[in-house]
Design a protein around this ligand. Structure first.
Ligand code: ATP
Ligand code: MG
Length: 332
């Protein structure tokens, strides 16, 4: 049976990239009848330094972001990772399955560790093994993610396959990535070769889901572009990453294809298109951010949702972990 898992790190405030690459897709697929498990991956977040008070706030705000984006905690399981110990327990097993060479090839490791790899945390290096555990501890068959996580998902498949092979079992499923539609990769507003990210030091590089209308309009107005106008078909954007990014965002926010958008706006200058994009972004994001603010007023309700979700998650994870220990040869 089909089961969906996806996670988001409480490593800062949510961005438009998280919304279009993750939250909006989750909400859009909610009524497909498939069991979905969504996790605030706080244990991933601490692979780079997080201030403890900010981590708590970001976790609750992330939960509010899920709900405000339309994910219903009655229909989907919503919880934070550290409340379900099975993730860390299975991750340890996977640390012994994954190979150093596999981890060293991960572009997220290279990007986030930067030049000083010696000084990066061991957890940052092992991140993909924990992510594999997040997914496989539920035997999830499908993982909707942005394109930036595709390589990690391939590693999850490699870990599942190697485990099955090493122990001579057919136990862990080979999970399918679900990556489709426009804007599976939203790029930085300052640099079309970098993805938009909540941990980017420059706030001007991203649109935060909690930005007000003025901030959104001004960030889009200042977004980097080239001097040309908009083409009338998608192939006219090929060597223009910044221009393509803005059109992609417009398409994703308005549920259109890039060609549909260009049929409408082709020939316009960016001075005319940017205010249109700003207005569209504000109209989509402001109802979500005001709902987030409302939810954040009652912390105890958010905490209760996370606790309830964690209990539901544990019911699925515990027998899968127990069976894994049995396969590996741990005496119980
Ligand atoms: P960090 O900078 O701390 O890694 P992030 O913004 O990359 O934060 P994650 O928590 O790593 O966010 O990812 C959460 C989800 O959002 C994942 O499904 C990921 O694929 C998606 N996502 C993140 N950034 C983008 C982006 N720029 N475009 C599309 N999807 C994205
Ligand atoms: Mg990321």
């Amino acid at each position: 049976t089909k089961r969906v898992f996806s996670g988001i790190q409480p490593s800062g405030g949510l961005t438009l990239g998280n919304y279009l690459g993750a939250l909006k897709r989750f909400a859009d697929s909610q009524n497909s009848g498939v069991q979905s498990i969504y996790c605030m991956v706080d244990m991933h977040a601490i692979t780079v330094w997080q201030d403890p008070d900010k981590l708590k706030r970001a976790t609750r705000e992330l939960c509010a972001g899920f709900i405000a984006s339309g994910i219903d905690p009655q229909k989907s399981i919503l919880f934070n990772q550290s409340q379900v110990a099975e993730h860390a327990q299975l991750a340890w097993i996977f640390n012994t399955v994954a190979r150093m060479g596999w981890m060293k090839r991960m572009t997220q490791w290279k990007d986030k560790a930067g030049k000083n790899q010696e000084n990066a945390s061991l957890g940052l290096f092992a991140y993909p093994a924990l992510m594999a555990a997040d997914i496989l501890v539920y035997h999830a068959t499908h993982v909707p993610v942005g394109e930036d996580q595709k390589q990690h998902l391939e590693l999850t498949r490699d870990i599942a396959a190697k485990f099955n092979h090493d122990y001579g079992v057919d136990f862990f499923p080979i999970t399918e990535p679900v990556i489709e539609g426009a804007a599976t990769r939203v790029m930085s507003l300052r640099d079309g070769s970098k993805k938009m990210s909540k941990s980017d030091p420059s706030d001007m590089s991203r649109i935060n889901m909690t930005d007000d209308a003025d901030a959104i309009a001004s960030k889009i107005r200042k977004a980097r572009t080239d001097p040309d106008g908009l083409p009338s078909e998608a192939k006219g954007l090929e060597d223009r990453p910044e221009a393509r990014n803005l059109v992609n965002i417009y398409a994703a926010l308005s549920d259109q294809t890039v060609d549909q958008v260009l049929a409408e706006v082709g020939g316009k200058q960016f001075s005319e298109f940017k205010p249109m994009l700003g207005e569209l972004a504000v109209s989509k994001l402001s109802p979500i951010s005001s709902e987030m603010a409302r939810l954040m007023q009652d912390q105890s309700e958010i905490d209760a949702i996370l606790r309830h979700g964690a209990a539901q998650a544990r019911e699925i994870a515990a027998p899968i972990l127990a069976r894994t220990y049995e396969i590996v040869g741990m005496v119980r």
